[in-house]
Write a protein that binds this ligand. Structure first.
Ligand SMILES: Cc1ncc(COP(=O)(O)O)c(C=O)c1O
Length: 450
């Protein structure tokens, strides 16, 4: 069925024509003309099992047939309890309970509100400031947008934003680490910057430091330097500040670990997840909460002053539980780690000597390619060239869906492309994705010069 003319949908872009997608087939989606697209980024790093996984479909169908929705103010439910158990089993030390929401922004909002309530109930009501990093993304609802460090997204909504936010530098080795500077010294410099930011605020006013463990949308799959989060945790502890790990994009196996922060050997106080939690089969996000925070509320007011109608939706929880069970049963984290090596090799072979690829970085099946005007100076292309948008569109034309974003240089300039294929992928699909990405990048650069 072609798109009706005119469309009555308030689309993301009001000037674009979108093809009509009709079905999925593993790593591919198919439009109404029968054209197949390799979903090389799982949308926005969502579809971790690809499309149309039979076990997840069966779980969703069974749950809808049994019971779809009952408000969590009346009952708990089996899929929600089982999913919470599953998530806590592998969680970093100290995280003991799960608050279920619908998406990543709600998870971040919940983390902010819970941090605030925790300090109020602990008798530290002066704590309210959140420190986050530039070029970060934490969601699009007003609270989440306020703490985000994607500077291009802020000006329009500035008058509505929470002013209690301070931004510090990201851990972005390609651009932030000086030539010859060791990881230890770089990490020390970033930890000192956080310490200074906390000290510059009124006494005991800082509530939380919020950071993506591996930075997604705004920087393009940038893992932290070794030891960074350990030092950050120490600074937070020294000042009584909560550490919130935002793993909405990088969590749930995307980096080869259920929780990306496991590789950093650090436990946060709160941890947000979404995207790969339900793998796109249902909208679901969650906030993992430490025992200390849980117990403070339990022994204080007795309730979290925050909720949504669809908290703990039965079908969403059943879908996410099935996704997580498939990942375990099929040992897909091992495949993520094995295929990571192959994807890195393919990207390096194709772009390692490319005149306009400055950096290839990532972890697991979460890789970013950063485009530059000139490798030697790392100068980005100007935002007006809209290179990321051109690449995304050329790739779709060529049958590849990839996640391309601008702004990694300073919030405006800079272009990066993320590949985030499904966890059950084999080498051939990775090779196809990299081939198609190479064609799209070269065609877009050529088009921009013309
Ligand atoms: C790290 C991070 N946090 C939060 C969000 C917001 O998630 P959602 O779009 O599901 O609201 C995103 C979305 O890309 C994200 O990458």
């Amino acid at each position: 069925m072609p798109a009706p003319t005119p469309s009555r949908v308030f689309h993301r872009s009001l000037t674009s024509d979108y093809p009509m997608v009709v079905s999925g087939d593993g790593a591919y989606v198919i439009d109404s003309h029968g054209k197949r697209y390799l979903d090389g980024s799982g949308g926005a790093a969502v579809s971790c099992l690809g499309h149309s996984h039979p076990k997840v479909i069966a779980a969703v169908q069974a749950q809808v047939a049994k019971l779809a929705h009952v408000h969590t103010s009346f009952f708990t439910n089996e899929p929600m309890e089982a999913l919470a158990d599953r998530l806590i089993t592998d969680a970093p030390a100290g995280l003991s309970h799960v608050f279920f929401v619908q998406d990543g922004s709600e998870a971040v909002e919940s983390a902010l509100k819970l941090s605030r309530q925790y300090f109020v109930e602990r008798g530290e009501p002066e704590r309210h400031i959140v420190i986050t990093r530039r070029q970060s993304y934490h969601g699009n609802t007003l609270g989440a947008l306020s703490v985000g460090g994607n500077m291009a997204k802020r000006p329009l909504h500035q008058p509505l934003m929470n002013p209690s936010v301070v931004h510090v530098s990201p851990c972005y080795a390609y651009r932030g680490q000086f030539a010859g500077e060791s990881d230890k010294v770089y990490t020390e410099r970033l930890a000192a910057e956080l310490h200074t930011a906390i000290s510059a605020a009124p006494p005991n006013a800082v509530m939380a430091f919020l950071a993506e463990t591996v930075v997604g949308a705004s920087l393009g799959a940038v893992p932290p330097v070794a030891g960074y989060f350990k030092r950050i945790r120490e600074v937070c502890d020294r000042h009584g500040v909560l550490l919130i790990a935002d793993e909405v994009m990088c969590g749930m196996g995307r980096t080869g670990q259920t929780y990306a922060i496991t590789d950093e050997r650090v436990a946060p106080d709160l941890l947000t997840i979404a995207k790969g939690l339900g793998g796109g089969y249902q909208p679901i996000g969650a906030l993992l909460v430490s025992q200390t925070i849980h117990d403070t509320l339990r022994d204080g007011s007795g309730a979290f002053a925050h909720s949504h109608t669809y908290n703990g939706h039965l079908v969403a929880c059943a879908a996410a539980l099935a996704v997580q069970q498939v990942i375990r049963e099929e040992d897909l984290l091992a495949n993520v780690r094995a295929m990571s090596t192959h994807l890195e090799a393919c990207l390096t072979e194709r772009f390692g000597n490319h005149a306009h690829v400055g950096n290839i970085r990532g972890r697991g099946l979460f890789w970013g390619v950063e485009l530059v005007g000139e490798r030697a100076t790392k100068m980005p292309f100007p935002a007006g060239m809209q290179l990321a948008a051109r690449i995304k569109s050329a790739a779709r034309e060529g049958g590849l869906l990839c996640y391309a974003s601008p702004g990694n240089f300073d919030g405006r300039d800079g272009d990066n492309v993320i590949l985030a294929p499904p966890f059950n992928v084999g080498p051939a699909i990775l090779e196809e994705a990299v081939d198609k990405l190479g064609l799209a990048i070269d065609a877009s650069l050529q088009q921009s010069r013309a």
